[in-house]
Design a binder for this molecule. Sequence first.
Ligand code: CTP
Length: 407
Amino acid sequence: MQIFKVGGAVRDRLLGLPVTDIDWVVVGATADEMIGKGYRPVGADFPVFLHPQTGEEYALARTERKSGRGYGGFTFHASPEVTLEEDLIRRDLTINAMAEDDQQNLTDPYHGQRDLEARILRHVSPAFAEDPLRVLRVARFAARYAGLGFTVASETLELMRQLSESGELEALTAERSWKEISRALMEDQPQVFIEVLRDCGALKVLMPEVDALFGVPQPEAHHPEIDTGLHTLSVLEQSALHKQPLTVRWACLLHDLGKGLTPEEAWPRHIAHEHTGLKLIKAVNERFKAPKDCQELALLVGQYHTHGHRALELKASTLLELLQSFDVYRRPQRFEEFIVACEMDARGRKGLEQRSYPQADYLRGAASAARGVAVQPLLEKGFKGPELGEALKRERLKALKAYKENA
Ligand code: CTP
């Protein structure tokens, strides 16, 4: 039995990056031998085991053959005869298909090291097509390593295009897709993830609502970049530059979906896109079973981002409605995330990235003015039930009027 370190751990060590997860491949062993040594099998049919002490994954060297559509359609062939090279050839990218023994001797039959140096994401073999999730994985690696100068090889992009056109992407489960999407959005350059998906035709399949934004113009006076798709990419880029959490990044990606529905005759204006977009945002949210906080923020940002931009002109009563819609009294953090998403939207415009966004502090001030209204004096005056709610609203409105006058 021989044991090798494989995949991301080898790749990232060679790139000089920190290694967190280590995957191992075991050549020349049977499942029974592994169990005999105390390794715990992960699933009944899956030739993967957990180390009894470290909990790291040890997979028997295997070849995979496709037996049907989608991820369920795999048969595994793991046996002591499968060589390291046979195992590596079925992996996704050459930079992920290197192995290392305990002396750090590299096995690199598919020239992963050469591609690391050339900064190329290249598939290893036609076996790439066995798992359509790899289309998303490559786009995610492109987003992660864009800063190091990595790009996708043209032949790999072509294969990704064929996979996207084949209908295979539709067979991916929401859970697997979301895992890739959410990880990709948290990378340094999440906009590259969307760009690569678009370049290979996968965006049209996975998120046609986002794909539809490319080629849709906006008024140049507000949006020097004009194109709504390019604007969306810039907003996403800003959200990463400003280290925003996943909720905000997801909301940034989806905030303008309504603009894809504007009839061409009405271009470049997009009246009421905040409302028309809501059903699209809901559809994308549900397609990927995004977590509840991501879903909620995306819908709220979609509906209210133009309110955010016009914050300084809003009447006190409209400000109050906005704050109520966010339930800012119980969910202050969600309102803060809305504010920063609006700011990213404003900064995601060509040449305006550095422009100040006074709306943000103004909205924060309004929220704290409304939140500053104390309930106790109203209770002491005998208000309860719906009347207490009304009284609170009146007091908050007063506080917002005073805030506006002093701002
Ligand atoms: N792999 C693959 N195809 C997949 C998933 C994984 O070929 N759909 C292979 C790759 O060789 C990959 C290894 O399994 O390097 C480990 O997979 P995973 O832990 O998902 O990814 P890492 O490459 O370790 O990358 P990350 O840093 O994102 O965890």
